[in-house]
Design a binder for this molecule. Sequence first.
Ligand code: UDX
Ligand code: ADP
Length: 456
Amino acid sequence: MKIVCIGAGYVGGPTMAMIARECPDITVTVVDIDEERILAWQSDELPIYEPGLKEVVDESLGRNLFFSTDVGKGIEEADIIFVSVNTPTKTFGHGSGRAADLQYLEKTARNILAHARSDKIIVEKSTVPVRTADAMNRILNSRNSDCSFEVLSNPEFLAEGSAVKDLENPDRILIGGHDTEAGRKAMQTLVDIYARWVPKERIITTNVWSSELSKLAANALLAQRVSSINSLSALCEATGADVGEVASAVGRDSRIGPRFLNASVGFGGSCFRKDILNLVYLCESYGLHELAEYWHQVVKINDYQQDRFVGSVISNMFNTISGKRIALFGFAFKADTGDTRESPAIRIAKQLAEERANVVISDPRALDNARIDLGDLGDRVTYEEDPYRAAEEAHALAIMTEWSCYKELDYQRIFDSMLKPAFAFDGRRILDHQKLYEMGFNVYSIGKAPLTHLDA
Ligand code: UDX
Ligand code: ADP
C-alpha cells in the first residue's frame, strides 16, 4: 500500500512519520510545494522543532518514509491521499477575518483530479469548515473519470510540543465517512492502519459532518476553558484571590477536571483562533447569530487578556514605557515549540513597541519566527537568545512563554543587572513571586495580587 500526504507542515510531517514508523510495510511519501521545507525534512535540522520527532523520522527515512516536491507523482502512485495543507483564516473578501481560506485545499483537489489514474481514498487531515468534504467530493467528481474517490474526514488532534506523545498514544482517532458500501470500506482501510498501534476502542467512526464539526468543537471547548479561567484571572487580580488556587479548587470537581485551567497571557497557536472564527462564521451562515456571538466572546476575551497585560505593564511603570527596555522571555505560543503562529507575544510586542518601549525578545527556539513576525517593527525590537543579556539594563522583564528554562534562571543575577525599580510581569505564572519580591522585584502576575515595594 502507498500513502501520500500533501502538505509537509506541523501536522502532515509528524503524522506521516508516525504512520511510517508503525507500518513499515506501507510506503509513505510526504509532498509539498515548498522545496526548502522538503529539503529540511531530509536534513539534520527538521523544519519544525518538536521533542522526539527527529528520532521518529530517522527510524523510517529512506526506508518507507520519503519527502518530495513531486506532488503529481505522489498523487499518481498513492492508494490513500492525506490532505494536510494550510487552511488559514481568510484575509480578503467575503467572510474576511472569519471564514477559512480554502484555496489551498481546492487547488489540492484539482491537482488530485489532474493526476489520479486509479481509485483513491482521500483523507481530510487539515481542519476544515463543516461540509468541506462535500465540496471536495464535488470537485473530484466534476468530470467523467474512470477513477472513484472516497473522501474521509480524519482530523488531527495532536498538540504542538507533545506531538510525538499525542501521535503515539492518542485519546482517540476520529474517522468520518459516508454510510455507503464504498464509504464503509474506505473507513475500514483507515481504521486498519491506525489499529496497528492504537487500541481499537479508541478509534471512533462517525458520519463525515460529525467528524468535521468535532474538530472545531474540541478546539472551541478547549479555547473556551482558557478564556474562562483567564476571565476569572482578572477578577482575582482585582479581589486578591489567586487564580491558581481557584483553578485547583474547581478542578478537583471531577465534572470540571484539573487540566487546561492554567491562566495565561492568552492562548495562541494556529488552531484555536482560526477554528473558533470558523465556527462563528459557520453559525452566522446558518442564521444562528446568538451562537455566533457566544463563541466569538472566547476570542474577544483572549484579545482582552493580552491588552490587559500590556495595560498593566504601562500603568504599573508610571504610565510611560517610552524609551524603557523591556525584555520578553519567550515568544513561542507555548513551550517546547518554535511555532509563533497567533502567539500572544506578537500582539504584546507590537503594542509595547507602539508605546516606544525598547523591546528585547528572547526565546530558546522561536527567534527566527519572531524576526519574521515583527519584521515591520525594524530596529524598535532586538533579539537576544541569552535571557541574561536580554535583561541587562532592562526596566522590566515579562514572561510570555512557559519554557521550563525560565523557571531555573538566576533571578538574583538578573535583578542585579537591571535598572531599578525592577519590574517582573509574569504572563504564565511560572516564577516564584515571593522570592522575586524578596530580591527587590516589583512583581505583577496574571491572576493574583501584585507584590510591590512601590506603595510603601
Ligand atoms: C490545540 C489542541 O490542543 C489540539 O488538540 C489541536 O489539534 C490543535 O490545537 P496546540 O495549539 O498545539 O493544540 O496547543 P495547546 O496545548 O492546545 O495550547 C494552545 C494555547 O493555549 C497555547 O498558547 C497555550 O499556552 C494556551 N493554554 C493552554 C493556556 O493558556 N492555558 C492552558 O491551561 C492550556
Ligand atoms: P499545519 O499546521 O496545518 O500542518 P502548515 O502551514 O504547517 O499547516 O503546513 C501546510 C503545508 O501545506 C505547507 O508546508 C504548504 O507549503 C503546503 N501546501 C499548501 N498548498 C499546497 C499544495 N497545493 N500542494 C502541496 N503542498 C501545499
